[in-house]
Design a protein around this ligand. Structure first.
Ligand SMILES: [Zn+2]
Ligand SMILES: [Zn+2]
Length: 287
């Protein structure tokens, strides 16, 4: 893996040609019949770094990615069931605990500046293996989106995310909430039917979650995944942490992949929202 730079802005680009060798790296490649993430096939993955077990059977496993895009790139397999979606996972709070633990372990490494935790769920979302899993990609720089949002938090007089909870409640953009988290539709978003899961306690990283908060997030991720699956088979779930900015507020960004990113978005970095946020909130509440 090498880090290249955009020739004009200097923004980092990961160069990982060895990833082209991974199974189903490109549509149309011959599929491998054996799922490396199913129980019984553990020897097909690199050695495990963590697992959660119940009754002598693993529920969640973490191991280094066989085709890394960065020096520290891990996979978390979230269920032993090959066809499970996050909506079916009964041990959701334990998956969230594994997220927080592996995030913290990678973030503590001296050569790591940022750990991106994300889920590519379905082929349209970029998954190359259909068995439910998430990834942690640790990089030696703070990526542009994170830097931009962290700077906006730092500039603001009051935290925009804390403020959103009240304004979005008033505007009918909260789908569901409990004491720990709000599941809401942001009033402006990149993608159709985008949703954010926002912790009510202002913290800049997910490592601050208590056990009760992990349970609440697990439940909300299950509900949001179930509702989003009704809109599209593929989705991304992104965990946005801001380790270097105490003024920032971490959150989960979740959206169905109903269309691909098109020319205007690539040309400008500006997105076109084609669905009213209030309409998305209504659809999700009723699903
Ligand atoms: Zn499998
Ligand atoms: Zn806040």
């Amino acid at each position: 893996m090498k880090i290249a730079a955009h020739p004009i802005t200097g923004e980092p680009i990961l160069l990982a040609p060895e990833r082209a060798a991974r199974p189903r790296a490109f549509a149309g490649d011959e599929a491998d019949d054996v799922c490396p993430f199913c129980p019984g096939n553990e020897s097909l993955t690199p050695p495990e770094v963590a697992r959660i077990e119940r009754d002598g059977r693993w529920l969640v496993r973490a191991f280094p990615n066989k085709y890394p895009a960065a020096e520290h790139h891990e996979v978390i397999v979230e269920s032993p069931e090959h066809a499970a979606t996050f909506a079916d996972v009964p041990h959701a709070s334990e998956v969230v605990r594994m997220y927080a633990e592996r995030y913290a372990a990678l973030a503590a490494r001296p050569d790591v500046a940022y750990v991106s935790l994300f889920t590519n769920d379905g082929a349209m979302a970029g998954a190359s293996i259909p068995h439910l899993h998430s990834q942690l990609l640790a990089v030696p720089f703070v990526p542009p989106r994170i830097e931009r949002e962290a700077a906006a938090f730092a500039r603001a007089d009051d935290c925009p995310l804390c403020a959103m909870l009240a304004t979005h409640r008033e505007a009918g953009l909260i789908v569901r909430e409990d004491n720990a988290f709000a599941w809401l539709v942001p009033s402006g978003s990149f993608m159709a039917n985008e949703q954010w899961l926002v912790p009510k306690r202002h913290q800049n990283e997910m490592t601050s979650m208590t056990g009760d908060e992990q349970t609440a997030l697990g439940e909300l991720l299950r509900a949001a995944t179930a509702a989003t699956k009704k809109l599209a088979p593929s989705m991304n779930r992104l965990f946005l942490n801001f380790p270097n900015e105490a003024a920032a507020h971490w959150y989960v960004d979740l959206f169905p992949r109903r269309t691909t990113v098109a020319g205007f978005e690539l040309a400008t970095g500006t997105f076109i929202e084609v669905i009213e946020p209030a309409e998305t909130a209504r659809i999700l509440r009723e699903s």
